[in-house]
Design a binder for this molecule. Structure first.
Ligand code: IMP
Ligand code: MG
Length: 178
């Protein structure tokens, strides 16, 4: 299934089954918590695309979906904390319950920036749902409201997470070789 990536896959941390279990559990909680509310799911491009596609099909509510793209200045493996919006939302968020979705929250700098910018637009609420969370890597006190899987501070790839822009299409999350 991933022979084409054998030269980069060091260790598979979470296989497809483990990821789907986490996604289903998140979908259940979100369905419960947002029942009767105007829910807008916002995927943070590009890492969250695969997660959002799977997650929204596990949420049994009439939700809206939008995407935002942010770039952080720095190398591909280290966040600098300087974030800017490259592609803004299409949908207005005022009065809505906005749930941001990330592939991973690492330093927390992207999420802190997004939250500050989005709060000015007066949503009814604003929360974060991340497939992966690395609490030990945090450089601020932002919290992730919905966490799929919490892991140690290490660089991981697959299921949306890239390594030099590639390997997002691996169906599992792995630690690269070397
Ligand atoms: P933060 O601002 O440091 O929380 O970083 C958020 C972004 O950094 C994520 O959305 C990812 O795009 C990227 N990132 C952080 N850790 C990893 C990783 O282990 N693999 C791939 N990308 C990562
Ligand atoms: Mg990302």
């Amino acid at each position: 299934m991933s022979d084409w990536a054998d030269d980069v896959v060091g260790k598979v941390l979470y296989d497809e089954k483990r990821i789907q279990e986490a996604v289903e559990e998140l979908g259940r909680k979100i369905t419960e918590d947002y029942a009767g509310k105007e829910l807008l799911i916002v995927g943070v491009l590009r890492g969250a695309v695969i997660f959002v596609a799977d997650l929204i099909r596990k949420i049994e509510l009439p939700l809206e979906v939008d995407f935002i793209s942010v770039s952080s200045y720095g190398t591909s493996t280290k966040s600098s904390g300087v974030v800017k919006i490259v592609k803004d939302l299409v949908v207005p968020i005022e009065g809505k319950h906005v749930l941001f979705c990330e592939d991973v929250v690492d330093t927390g700098l992207t999420w802190a920036y997004l939250r500050e910018v989005m709060e000015a637009r007066k949503p009814a609420s604003i929360k974060m749902c991340s497939l992966l969370d690395k609490p030990a890597a945090r450089k601020n006190d932002v919290k992730v409201d919905y966490v799929g899987i919490s892991l140690e501070d290490q660089f991981v790839v697959g299921y949306g997470l890239d390594w030099k822009e590639k390997y997002r299409n691996l169906p599992f999350v792995m630690v690269p070789k070397g």
